[in-house]
Design a protein around this ligand. Sequence first.
Ligand code: FES
Ligand code: CO
Length: 333
Amino acid sequence: MVAEATLALGKYWHPIGRSEDVTDKPARFRLLDDFVVAFRHEGQLAVFKDMCVHRGAALSLGWVKDGTLVCPYHGWQYDTDGRCVRIPSRPENQPIPELAHAVAYRSQERYGLVWVAMEEPELDIPPFPDDCFDAEGWTSFLSYKEVWQTSAARTIENFMDFSHFPYVHPGLLGTEENAEVEPYKVVKTDDGLRYVFEQVEPSDLYGKGGTAVVEYEYIIHMPFFIHLKKRVKETDETTIITLVTTPLTEHTSELYVWIVRNHSHDTPDAEFGDFTVQIMQQDHPVVESQRPEGIPDSLKEELHLMPADNASLVYRQKLLKMAKVEPLGPYGA
Ligand code: FES
Ligand code: CO
């Protein structure tokens, strides 16, 4: 399997939670098989490994005092940079040891989420097409947040895959009569891949009755961020459904889905999002059933059928290439 260690996932930004989940009370979040603690003080965000360097207690059991995070065990106090600024048991003439420093991670807020990179990041947090997330004429909201028992890569690959539409989403995204996939071109980009396909859909979805030609543009940013830009060709109504998946552990993932649209502004977000939530709920058990939970670490494993699996194959190639970044992994020289 393409294991996390070999992908060096610490070198990418991952969301740990919504902005409102991080307050002036320290809270614990899972990330990459570990735990982090996050809190704010006077608008400043701080995220550390959830472990005190003194005796390993979880800092998330502590509290914030005078702008510092107090360890619940012996009261060591860490400022928002992670520096230990007070050790209550320390004799006054003894300096605070230099190594008394929480393991502090880079953090920032974007699209209403708190993002963390455990190591020097290789890539930025991906943009939205035309920066539409905050643009005038567009409505954005977080539609779905759920933990799935599978690898992050499986969730992204599912989101990329449209040949399952007639089977997992019959009548909603496809029909059995239209199951055949026409050849489509996958373009490799600096940090991922993109491809476009069109299909005729029952247009009840678009409130018009009859059918509509819908263009699907997929934009994938490695490792776990994907936009699906759906455009009704006739009307230019565009809906961008974006998934980012956080690897909580190797086989536990948290999915965040935003919906950004340039139409139907009067429809309440929750109502507009119902359709996508329903699609995600249909995918959920099928994707959790996939074995192995991770994507195999060789393109020779599992069967690929062209042209339907073209995009997923390119995604796998890219993941495997990323995995080689880690020289100690099984893909190393
Ligand atoms: Fe944190 Fe001792 S374990 S102060
Ligand atoms: Co699906």
